[in-house]
Write a protein that binds this ligand. Structure first.
Ligand code: GLU
Length: 416
């Protein structure tokens, strides 16, 4: 039988396992295994060549029992309703695991932003906001950046929203540039939160944080992971990095700052001086202390999980590991810090951004880091405690923590 790779089916499968262990009643299970609301949009955009193209966009509000829905917007050629559904489910478990008063949502547009000009991107961002605005707001649902969306895109969207509603409304969207009400520390928050959990895992497992580490995927999360691993943990040897154009490897170590600069200049990590090429697949199987999958879904699956040698796998991407691979990694003693725990730093600082924007008073970088560390460290240990007491793999433990919290809120509201 071939492995299931539809992310939404995987998300439901993961949830079902947790629901069974928690003994959730049938109505609660049905409530939590589906999104509450989903929207599909057509977005007409005038291209630079004078023609009009219709883009397809989405927003899914998965569950708002614990608070208004929250989650990013991905712009990717492979975006579908099912990827957005899965990602919105994972956002629900993510906000619950770090215990912030928000639900989970996600959105996206099927497009290849690398082929769009700045003007086309702006018109697409504003076009998405024009059709989605009536469903949004900080008390309903608020978007943020995700794969291939940036603070500039958030700025255009916020401006469009404020133009529609006719007043200032900074908390409708997060991940904004600093001069427009962004938060200190939002840019690197996803990676930083992940590195905090790696720090805790190294202590618990007695793994040397100064050993080798590798980063698969070199967008926002991957680049900051490469830098922050050394900054936060006081050392470590970056041996390999990859992006969609291929990877580079040097067993003697790669300077993280230099390779980030190379990527920002050339758009790829390929041909970084002093390195040998390595494929994305081979990078995942390197003998490292910490592996950071930081790109897209399903890169660790039933066929390669047995070859993963990392001691700790910190999932900065959403959904990088299939259920079959989870079991194999667990049996082989690979400590997975599951995605919706490992990458919860982004939405946690988004929540701080909303809090600051709402009372219109902004925190220092030190305060953001302190509060983020507290939330991530507590969440890591909540999951670890569950893992030990229930004797399950870390992802299932994280599900047990989160699903129980969301189910409690659903119950208290009297929905089920
Ligand atoms: N897109 C990020 C995530 O997957 C951040 C979401 C947010 O800040 O709302 O967690």
């Amino acid at each position: 039988m071939t492995e299931e790779l539809n992310p939404f089916k995987i998300a439901q499968q993961q949830f079902d396992e947790a629901a069974k262990i928690l003994g959730l009643e049938p109505a609660m299970r049905e409530m939590l295994r589906w999104p509450r609301r989903e929207y599909r949009f057509t977005i007409p955009v005038k291209l630079d060549d004078g023609t009009t193209r219709i883009f397809h966009g989405y927003r899914v509000q998965y569950n708002d029992a614990r608070g208004p829905t929250k989650g990013g917007l991905r712009w990717h050629p492979d975006e579908t309703m099912d990827t957005v559904r899965a990602l919105s489910a994972w956002m629900t478990w993510k906000t619950a695991v770090v215990d912030i008063p928000l639900g989970g949502g996600k959105g996206g547009i099927t497009c290849d932003p690398k082929k769009l000009s700045e003007g086309e991107k702006e018109r697409l961002a504003r076009g998405w906001m024009r059709v989605a605005a009536r469903e949004l707001g900080e008390h309903r649902d608020s978007p943020a950046p995700d794969v291939y969306t940036t603070p500039q895109i958030m700025a255009w969207m916020m401006d469009e929203y404020e133009t529609i509603v006719g007043r200032s409304h900074p908390a409708v969207i997060t991940g904004k540039p600093l001069p427009l009400g962004g938060s200190q520390g939002r840019g690197d928050a996803t990676a930083r939160g992940g590195v905090y959990t790696v720090r805790e895992a190294c202590k618990v497992l007695d793994v040397d944080p100064h050993g080798a580490y590798a980063v698969q995927g070199f967008g926002n999360a991957g680049q900051y992971a490469a830098l922050l691993h050394q900054e936060v943990l006081g050392g470590g040897k970056l041996v390999a990095v990859s992006d969609s154009g291929g990877g580079v490897y040097n067993p003697d170590g790669i300077d993280p700052r230099a390779i980030v600069d190379h990527k920002l200049k050339s758009g790829v990590v390929k041909d970084f001086p002093g390195t040998k090429p390595i494929s994305n697949e081979d990078l995942l199987e390197l003998d490292v202390n910490v592996l950071y999958p930081s790109a897209l879904e399903n890169v660790i699956h039933g066929r390669n999980a047995g070859n993963i040698k990392a001691r700790i796998c910190c999932e900065l991407a959403n959904g990088p590991t299939t259920p079959e691979a989870d079991q194999i990694l667990h049996n082989n003693g690979v400590h997975v810090i599951p995605d919706f725990l490992a990458n919860a730093g982004g939405v946690t600082v988004s929540y701080f951004e909303q809090v600051q924007g709402t009372y219109n008073y902004f925190w220092t970088l030190e305060q953001v880091h302190r509060e983020l560390d507290e939330k991530m460290t507590r969440a890591y240990h909540d999951v670890l405690k569950m893992q030990k007491s229930m004797n399950v793999h870390p992802r299932l433990a994280a599900y047990l923590v989160s699903v129980a919290r969301v189910a409690e809120a659903v119950k208290l509201r009297g929905w089920v």
